[in-house]
Write a new protein. Structure first.
Length: 219
């Protein structure tokens, strides 16, 4: 019976193989990790690039909308200016006949014994001063202005007193003259009433502006 003796350093050889395997697996893991990191980085860069493109598209559309909104605002200002001019022209056309109506009504409604001295108009308010032969004449004048006039309304007696300029002469003639001050208001003339009706029935500008904004947004 023979005995075999292995004289080779098998432990050192096994340790060497294990060391090579360790470095091989370490290198393989490093390569796999690098590949994985590269793939993740590439995906993230693609997502970031796509988001940046979308952000640039949104910013460009916002700039277009800002320009359209500015243009719409300018158009609204121009429309408002044109409407203001139109209202001014309509008011002038409606008010140009007011002095005619006023003088005609005063001539119709002023009774005998009333003498007008001044007529002053501020807007629709009219101030009248004059002389009357008696208080009854002034009362009749107020009733005429209130009930019989188509264009005059809301008469208000401010003051009535005995005129002092020719008091001695008037008393010697056994007559007294009264000085009075009153206010009344002009009713809307037919032309102004029609203008007011047209403005009331005119469509509001807000929906038009809103539709313009919507149209601009759709663009």
């Amino acid at each position: 019976m023979s005995v075999r003796i292995n004289l080779m350093p098998h432990r050192e050889a096994r340790r060497e193989r294990q060391k090579k395997m360790f470095w091989f697996l370490t290198g393989l893991s490093a390569v796999a990790g690098g590949v994985l990191v590269f793939l993740v980085w590439s995906v993230l860069q693609g997502l970031i690039g796509g988001q940046q493109e979308r952000n640039e598209l949104v910013a460009a559309e916002n700039r277009k909308l800002d320009a359209q909104i500015k243009e719409i605002a300018n158009l609204r200002n121009e429309i408002d200016a044109l409407r203001a001019r139109q209202r001014a022209v309509e008011d002038l056309q409606a008010d140009r006949n007011q002095p005619v109506y006023l003088l005609d009504e005063l001539a119709r409604q002023t009774p005998e014994g009333i003498y007008l001295r001044t007529i002053k108009q501020e807007g629709l308010k009219v101030n009248v001063t004059g002389f009357a032969a008696s208080n009854e004449r002034v009362s009749e004048y107020l009733r005429n202005l209130q009930n019989n006039s188509r264009f005059l309304d809301r008469p208000e007696l401010i003051e009535i007193r005995v005129a002092g300029g020719n008091q001695a002469q008037q008393q010697s003639a056994n007559r007294r003259l009264f000085e009075f001050v009153l206010n009344f208001y002009m009713k809307p003339t037919p032309v102004r009433a029609q203008v007011v009706v047209n403005r009331t029935n005119a469509p509001a500008s807000a929906p038009a502006g809103g539709s313009s904004s919507a149209a601009a947004a759709k663009k």
